[in-house]
Structures are given as C-alpha cells and as structure tokens.
Design a protein around this ligand. Structure first.
Ligand code: GLC
Length: 454
C-alpha cells in the first residue's frame, strides 16, 4: 500500500498535478552579477549598496510577457517570483518603503506585470518573499548580516527593534496578498533557529542572533495569509514545523531527496528548487551550467519520487534572460512538447514495480499508464522484472511508435534453443522490450506502457 499524503491546509491539488514551475530571482544584485548574496558576501553597507545599484536599475529590456511566454513554452505551469530578496529592495509598489522598483529608473510595478503576464498564460502565481532584510533599519544585526563584521556593529545595532521589523514584514505581505488578485503560493525565505547550531564564520565561536519563528511573529503571519487567501500554499521556512496549518510543503534546495519526503508515516508535498548554474541571481562568470541531460534528468527524478521541480532563472540587469538560460528553457520546451504526459498528473510507480538500471519510472494513476524514462539507452533489449502479464501495449512516447515486447513465462523461455545457456538466468515474469538500436533523437526517450486493468 502506498503511503497516504499528508493533508495540506492550502490547495495542493494543482501543485501535485502540475509538477513543474519557474523560479525567478531578480533584484539589484542582478547588476553586480556575482550572486544574490553579494551584499552579504562582500560586506557592503546598505547605503553603499543602495547608492551603487538602485539608481542604475534601468532594466530597459524587461518584458514580463517574454518571460511568461518562455516559461509556458518550457512546459512550466507556475511561477514563483522574488518580490523582495535578502537585500531588501522591493519589486512592487509598496507603500511601506521608498526602496522600491517604482522609485528606481525602471519605474514600473514589476510584480504586477509579472503576475498579469503569467496569469494570462494560465500559469499559477507564487510569490517568494524574503524574511531576511539586510537594509531595514529595524532588522537586528546577526552573524549572517551584511554588517556582521562592521567595526561599529554594536552601535549600528543600537535601537533596532525586530518586532517593528516584523510589523513591516506583515504589512508588506498584506499588500501583496491584497492588491494582486489570487496568489496561489507563498515561498518565505528563511529562518535560522538555534537548533541549526551554526558558528561565527570568522571566530568559529557560537553564532550570534539566531532568528526563529519569533523574529517574524510567524504564527500570526501565517494566520493572516490564510485569512487573506484561504487556498494559498505556504512553504516550510518559517520555523513552524510543529504548528498545525503552519506550512503545506517542503522545499529541498539544490538537491532531489533520495526517496521523496515522509513525515510521521505520511508522504509530504515537496518541491525541489534548482538553478541552471550555481547561483539564483544572475551570475555572469559562473560556468557550472547544467547539461540538457541533467536538466531533463532532474525533472524526471523529482516526479518519479513524487515531487515537483522549481527551476530558476536569474534575469540580467537589462531585464531579460541570458542566452544560456534561454537555451536551457528551450531544452525543456523541446522535451516537454512530446513528453509532458509523463510529467503532468504523474507520480511514482505503484508499489512492486522494479525500476530497471539506467531508468526512472513515473506513472499516471488515472490513465493507468506507466512511463519508463530511459536515461541510459541500452542495446536492443530492456528487461522489466515481474511485469509479465501486466502490460497491454508499449510505445515510444515522442512519436507513438510501437515497441514490441516478449514475456518470459517459464525459466526456459521461447528464445532458448541454441542460446539456452544465456537465457537460463532470465527470470520468470520478465518482460523484454525490443528497442531500436539507435537511440531516438530526444534528450531522454520515454516508453509509454499501457497497464492492464486488474
Ligand atoms: C536560500 C538563499 C537564496 C535563495 C533561496 C532559494 O536560502 O538564501 O539566496 O533565494 O534560498 O531557495
């Protein structure tokens, strides 16, 4: 029996069906083009950071429709957009600070344009919102802050009031959940409670200034979100593990969990977030861009383990996607055009199916079809253990070309005779698919198996 799914307070039905979304990290850090944490990594004081980048955020090529069209072409069904990252710069027309995009040269409400463009193409809308804010004067300086090693740290921290910051945070989220229509998902980022056991990176001593649920008044924050948008899905980075209705889904970052995620005997809704290269914000000189095989492989692996993939783009300071990102999105577009049936509405294979080496399985319970993703193309034969009697028909998914197969019902099978010695080891109950010698010209070929209704 497959484990049952942990219920969510928000609506997760669309989420576990759609499986594939686009993460967008955009902010002033796109201009530095060397990681979205540049302010922190290089210990740049907030005023200095602001004076260097704010007045230069022209983004003359920004076109939310172009972004949305590329995501839709790639087969992505939802977007998660950074309304504010740790730097503190706001990408919507907030009334609570002047550090916002409508005051920068670009002068447009980017969040509104993004929401409208993606919604117009039928994608669901998710907002990323940073809990951390290195520019806000009330955000208490901790050992992760951009000012952590500032010689005048103690003085700069004087008079800061984290609870006032929490009010600002609540006020901003209220704006976002009130003025932009239906928001399907909120991705908060992130808490660092004491149990993390961090150290100060310079002294090696204990970390000062952990921030847990109390730093955000997180329980009330979630309550407000659920009042304003009752169907909203909320991620798990508010430090509310043990709070009923505290979160809906979990967000493994830069990896796919080995076997999905299970908590207290129930499967949990999860989404792996990943980047095309190493960082989330646009990073000009990064070279670790994933290959087409890896891009498609991560998506397949996530779904085969019952999760989602949220793949990230960091638009440039001009406001468009870098050509390397466009190419990566094209890889998805080409593959998803012919293989989306093996992704949407799919999850892991039913219990008892053995995944052959070099393959991954996804299945659609509703249509009773199994999808065999062949990551490593074998020579002519592919053996499926314990499947004899269960398969009605098989074809390559991209072109609906039949794949013939035979079944081994007895130890000495039909092929015996002169090759008896070789087939002796063939297991009873095995299905052998007859594949073309030449691998089809798609990044990962998929074989669609119609299962018998049993
Ligand atoms: C992280 C990082 C960050 C990124 C993110 C995505 O915790 O701080 O820069 O936005 O999570 O999951």
């Amino acid at each position: 029996m497959p484990l049952s799914l942990h219920p969510t307070t928000g609506d997760s039905a669309w989420f576990t069906h759609d499986r594939f979304g686009l993460f967008i990290h955009w902010g002033l850090y796109a201009l530095a083009a060397r990681h979205e944490w540049v302010m922190q990594k290089e210990e740049i004081a907030p005023e200095k950071y602001r004076s260097r980048y704010f007045a230069r955020f022209e983004a003359d090529l920004f076109d939310a429709n172009d972004w949305a069209q590329r995501a839709a072409n790639a087969g992505m069904k939802y977007v998660v957009f950074t309304t504010k990252h740790h730097e503190g710069f706001c990408l919507w027309d907030t009334e609570l600070t002047d550090y916002k995009v409508t005051n920068a040269p670009l002068g447009r409400d980017v969040t509104r344009e993004v929401v409208d463009a993606f919604r117009a193409r039928g994608l669901k809308i998710g907002l990323y919102h940073s809990l951390i804010d290195w520019s806000h004067p009330d955000f208490e300086i901790d050992d992760q802050h951009a000012l952590r090693f500032h010689p005048d740290r103690e003085n700069l921290d004087e008079g800061r009031d984290q609870s006032r910051y929490a009010e600002y945070l609540h006020g901003q989220v209220r704006e976002l959940l009130t003025n932009y229509g239906k928001i399907d998902l909120l991705f908060y980022d992130f808490s660092y409670p004491e149990r993390f056991g961090w150290t100060n990176t310079k002294t090696g001593g204990p970390f000062r200034g952990y921030k847990d649920r109390t730093a955000w008044d997180a329980e009330n924050l979630v309550k407000m979100c659920r009042e304003l948008q009752p169907q909203i899905l909320i991620n798990d980075r508010l430090d509310l593990e043990d709070v009923e209705a505290g979160w809906d889904y979990t967000t493994p970052e830069q990896f796919v969990p080995r076997e999905g995620v299970v908590k207290e005997g129930k499967r949990v809704v999860w989404e792996s977030c990943q980047t095309f290269s190493g960082s989330w914000g646009y990073f000009r000189d990064e070279e670790s861009w994933k290959s087409p095989q890896q891009l498609i492989g991560i998506l397949i692996e996530s779904v085969s383990k019952g999760g989602n993939l949220l793949m990230n783009v960091g638009p440039t300071g001009r406001g468009d996607f870098d050509e390397r990102a466009n190419e990566a999105l094209q890889v998805y577009a080409r593959w998803m055009k012919r293989h989306q049936k093996a992704i949407y509405g799919c999850g892991p294979a039913p219990d008892g199916f053995v995944t052959p080496g070099g393959c991954a399985l996804t299945s659609n319970e509703k249509t009773n079809r199994l999808y065999l993703h062949v990551l490593l193309w074998p020579f002519e034969q592919l053996h499926l253990e314990n499947m004899a009697g269960h398969i009605e028909y098989a074809q390559l998914l991209h072109d609906a070309s039949e794949v013939r197969f035979s079944e081994t019902t007895a130890l000495a099978n039909a092929d015996a005779g002169e090759h008896a010695a070789l087939t002796e080891t063939q297991k009873r109950g095995t299905v052998t698919l007859r594949l073309p010698v030449k691998m089809p010209d798609v990044v990962v070929p998929v074989i669609e198996l119609w299962l018998k209704n049993e």
